[in-house]
Write a protein that binds this ligand. Structure first.
Ligand code: ATP
Ligand code: LTN
Length: 336
C-alpha cells in the first residue's frame, strides 16, 4: 500500500460561540462530528475569531466559548481521538488568514450570501472581518490540509471559495494545500426556523421561538414545537416547497426516530398537527436528554474542559506552525 493511501484522511470543522447551539447546529453539523472520529483524523474548533465579526459582549463570548467546548464534548467528541481546540489559541490560523486574504479576490468575497445576509442584518457594523470571514475559514481548513469539512448547507459557498483560493495558491507557487471537500449530509443539512420555515434555524435569531436550543428543557421543547408555524391544510405530508413548516418537522422527527419519511407520513395519517407536533417534541426531548446530562456534568468541571482545550491547542499548533512556516517560505517572506 502506498504511503498516501495509508494516511488517514483529515477532517476539520468549526462552530462559532455566538450562543447556545441550536437543533440546527446539532443536526446539520455537530451530530456528525462524533461519528467521524473512528474513520478520520479529526480536528474540531470553536471559532471564536469568527464570532467577532458580529459585536460580542466580552464576558458572554468567554462564557460561550467554554460552553461550546463542553457541548462538543457532551455530543461525543472524544479528546483521546480528536483534537478539540479554540481558534484563537492557534495563532497560525490568523497568520495564514493574511496570506489567503492576499489571494482572495474582492469580487469573489462580494458574492458570499452570508456576507450579504449579515450586512443586511447589522447595517451599522459591516466590518472588514465580516467581508474577509471566508479567508479565515479557508485558513482554518487549509492549514491542516483537511480533506473533508462536515458542515451544514449554508457553508458550502464558503467551502467552494476555500477550494478556489487553495487552487490559486497552488498554481501561483507550487502544490501546497489539499483541496477540501464538503461533507454535507443529505438529511438535515438545513433545518428551518420554527417561526419562519423559509429561513434557516439560527442561534442568533432574536425570536426565541424560532429555535430549539440543545439546553432547552422538555417543557420548553414541547411548547416551541406546539407553536411551530405550519400551514392550514392539516395533512402530515413531506413537501418542502409547498409545506416547508410541516416538512421541517417531519425531517426532524425522521432524524430523531430513524423512521423513514413514508413511515412518518403513515404514522400520522388522518391525525391533526397537534398530535404530530407533540410526538416531534417528545422525540427531540428524549434524544437530547443524554447530551444534556453529559453537558451539565462536563461544564461543572471547568478545569477539565480547559485542560482539554490546552492540550488541543498544543496538538493543533504543532501541525499548523509547520504549515505556516512552509507557506511563509513559499511566498518569499525572509526566513532567518
Ligand atoms: P449564527 O446564527 O451566529 O450565524 P449559526 O446558528 O448559523 O450561527 P454557525 O456557528 O454559523 O451557526 O454554524 C455551525 C455549523 O452549524 C455549521 O456547519 C452550519 O452549517 C451548521 N448549521 C447552522 N445552522 C444550521 C441549520 N439551520 N441547519 C443545518 N445546519 C446548520
Ligand atoms: N463559518 C462556519 C464556522 C467555521 C468553520 C470553519 C466551519 C469557521 N471556520 C472551518 C468549517 C471549517 C460557520 O458555521 N458559520
Amino acid at each position: 500500500m502506498s504511503e498516501q493511501s495509508e494516511r488517514k484522511r483529515v477532517i476539520l470543522s468549526g462552530i462559532q460561540p455566538t450562543g447556545t447551539f441550536t437543533l440546527g447546529n446539532y443536526i446539520g453539523a455537530v451530530r456528525n462530528w462524533a461519528k467521524l472520529q473512528d474513520q478520520f483524523n479529526c480536528l474540531y474548533m470553536v471559532a471564536d475569531l469568527h464570532a467577532l465579526t458580529v459585536r460580542q459582549d466580552p464576558a458572554a463570548l468567554r462564557r460561550n466559548t467554554r460552553e461550546a467546548a463542553a457541548m462538543l464534548l457532551a455530543a461525543g467528541i472524544d479528546p483521546a481521538q480528536s483534537i478539540l481546540f479554540v481558534q484563537s489559541h492557534v495563532p497560525a490560523h490568523t497568520q495564514l488568514n493574511w496570506i489567503l486574504c492576499c489571494n482572495a479576490q474582492f469580487g469573489e468575497l462580494s458574492r458570499m450570501t452570508q456576507f450579504k445576509d449579515k450586512s443586511a442584518k447589522h447595517p451599522d457594523n459591516v466590518n472588514g472581518g465580516l467581508f474577509t470571514y471566508p479567508a479565515l475559514m479557508a485558513a482554518d481548513i487549509l492549514i491542516y490540509n483537511a480533506d473533508l469539512v462536515p458542515v451544514g448547507q449554508d457553508q458550502t459557498q464558503h467551502l467552494e471559495l476555500a477550494r478556489n483560493v487553495a487552487q490559486r495558491f497552488n498554481n501561483a507557487y507550487s502544490p501546497t494545500f489539499t483541496l477540501p471537500e464538503g461533507y454535507v449530509t443529505k438529511e438535515g443539512a438545513k433545518i428551518m426556523s420554527l417561526a419562519d420555515p423559509t429561513h434557516k434555524m439560527s442561534k442568533s435569531d432574536t425570536n426565541v421561538n424560532a429555535f430549539i436550543l440543545l439546553t432547552d428543557d422538555r417543557d420548553t421543547i414541547t411548547r416551541k414545537f406546539k407553536r411551530a408555524v405550519t400551514d392550514s391544510d392539516g395533512v402530515v405530508r413531506y413537501d418542502p416547497a409547498n409545506k416547508p413548516g410541516v416538512s421541517n418537522l417531519i425531517a426532524i422527527y425522521h432524524i430523531f426516530t430513524g423512521k423513514s419519511i413514508e413511515e412518518v407520513e403513515r404514522e400520522f395519517d388522518g391525525q391533526g398537527y397537534g398530535v404530530f407536533k407533540e410526538a416531534v417534541g417528545a422525540a427531540v426531548a428524549d434524544g437530547l436528554a443524554p447530551i444534556q446530562g453529559e453537558y451539565a456534568r462536563i461544564l461543572a468541571d471547568k478545569a477539565y474542559v480547559d485542560g482539554v482545550l490546552k492540550e488541543g491547542a498544543a496538538a493543533a499548533s504543532r501541525i499548523a506552525d509547520r504549515m505556516i512556516q512552509k507557506v511563509y517560505r513559499k511566498v518569499g517572506l525572509l526566513q532567518l
